[in-house]
Design a protein around this ligand. Sequence first.
Ligand code: DON
Length: 311
Amino acid sequence: MPMADALDLDEIVTRVHADMATHLGRGKVADYIPALARIDPRQFGIAIASCDGRTAMAGDADTGFSIQSVSKVFTLALALEKVGARLWKRVGREPSGSRFNSIVQLEHEKGIPRNPLINAGALVITDTLLDGDPGKVIEQITAFLRRLADDASVSIDEEVAESEAETGFRNASLANFLRANGNLHGAVADVLSVYFHQCALRMSCRQLARAGLFLADHGVDSPTGERVTTATRARRINALMMTCGHYDASGDFAFRVGLPGKSGVGGGILAIAPRRASIAVWSPGLNAAGNSEVGVLALERLVSLTGWSIF
Ligand code: DON
């Protein structure tokens, strides 16, 4: 078990929350998924779950939001447990330098997505989890998040899943292109159904921070002592979050925050301070790269108060 940090986490989240007051409402709420377009952009939440057993929260930390692409971290963990290193034959490990739903790069690279955290890569990851019945995989992913969050109330927002299915033409293009290149084995409709449902998982900052704790502690969920993944895999997932977790703004996130992180267009970000804590922030307004504008600012403030940047 890592050493307790001497920091007062309650005071830190309170200060970060107060410092965000003048920034609330910045950025643009994702409107390409209709069910997300109605969200009040002035909300902000932060939660820290530390490896030594503390939880600190401020703002709207108990409000559920659509985790969207943050789900890609958890399906990656499940896929690595299922297929191990064979995964890397189907998906790369390099930052994309492109938007999260870029099509052009996939064609250039003959259907092998750059990394598991862009949409094309996440579709391949989801495909590895499918064994026929998409409903079973959706249940498996939901059960995994419930177990990690230690909260049976974690569930899928069906309205968001449907809304995305109705408008997900780019994801359908990516999936069809992957299939045409032999890098999707399941039916396109099944892979998309699982993907849209995993993105529509609704979680609060408190639940998300708790769920990410195994990534901060060598693959072990510290409160229960249960091993979720191997230490090597946890380290590698962190490496991918650092280099690819914010798409074409991953370099900027490393520069400003210096923690492995994964964003979602719902405005959530999961950040990992290795051997210290798992942190979730949420604020719906997005910057041009599709990452929470106030969320990144809040994490920047958090590392300046804690010294948790890995650099
Ligand atoms: O596939 C999509 O477009 C969304 N369900 C998720 C995208 C996302 O969260 C990208 N993140 N910044």
